[in-house]
Design a protein around this ligand. Structure first.
Ligand code: GLN
Length: 250
């Protein structure tokens, strides 16, 4: 059985709103595709080499939890850059996403240096962005509508390559119209929910990237037991007055 390896960073500190569901979604879909998804967890002070993994995952976290691993995260900058260059996929949710930018100004006005791998930065908004978030995106020619739940005060500014266009909700910045970040095989997003359980087509796209890296041929036409997830997504779109996007839910 072909093996895909995932490194899950700070699972105890970055676990808001069921972000661990993304790992479950990888495992579930991996089983359907005949792939063995191996997941290793790493906490503060635990060494690993990111380029030995097909995907690195970071979830979201509250400000006080984020402060417990800043120094550890920053020490991994060179390793992460090398891994990105070597084709490792990075999936970063909310708090994890924010810290890959230049800096994060928290709600108390503390300026925390980010990894600075990308040139966006995050400052506190006047109030929190909370609620369902739906976006439209096109990745490698595949048009998708993604839905999820956002809850963040940070407003991310200076994103040159957003993941998508906001259909409903805030995304990177209240009124800015764009959500998340994409650069090659790195995705950052404010979509909790969890993202991949709600958006099975994105799960397949990301597993496809991991397979590419290893030259694994998986048959993605294999039935995907996600009809319930798709119906849940359609319901969110209907509730947000976005029924004209239902056709994009494949
Ligand atoms: N603490 C960050 C913020 O409020 C991230 C929150 C989250 O990960 N949901 O902006």
């Amino acid at each position: 059985m072909d093996v895909l390896k995932i490194a899950w960073l700070y699972p105890d500190l970055l676990e808001l709103y069921g972000d661990r569901g993304n790992i479950l979604a990888f495992r579930h879909r991996g089983t359907e595709l005949g792939l063995d998804i191996k997941v290793d967890k790493f906490g503060v002070g635990e060494f690993f080499e990111a380029k030995a993994y097909d995907l690195v995952f970071l979830g979201g976290g509250a400000d006080q939890d984020q402060s417990l691993f800043y120094n550890d995260l920053i020490s991994r900058k060179i390793d992460f850059k090398e891994a990105m260059a070597a084709g490792t996929v990075f999936l970063l949710i909310c708090g994890g996403y924010q810290l890959f930018g230049e800096y994060y100004l928290d709600s108390n006005g503390n300026k925390i240096d980010g990894l600075g791998i990308f040139n966006f930065y995050t400052i506190p908004g006047e109030k929190r962005s909370i609620g369902y978030l739906s976006i439209e995106t096109e990745i490698e020619g595949q048009k998708m509508v993604l839905t999820g739940f956002e809850n963040h005060r940070g407003q991310t500014i200076g994103v040159d390559t957003p993941l998508g266009k906001v259909l409903a909700g805030s995304g990177n910045m209240v009124g800015g119209g764009f959500e998340g970040f994409i650069d090659k095989h790195t995705i950052g997003t404010y979509l909790h929910g969890p993202l991949l359980a709600r958006n099975p087509e994105l799960t397949d796209l990301i597993i496809g990237w991991m397979c590419q890296r290893k030259n694994i041929n998986a048959d993605f036409s294999l039935s995907n037991s996600s009809s319930l997830e798709k119906e849940a997504k359609k319901q969110v779109l209907r509730e947000q007055g976005l029924a004209n996007y239902l056709d994009l839910v494949k």
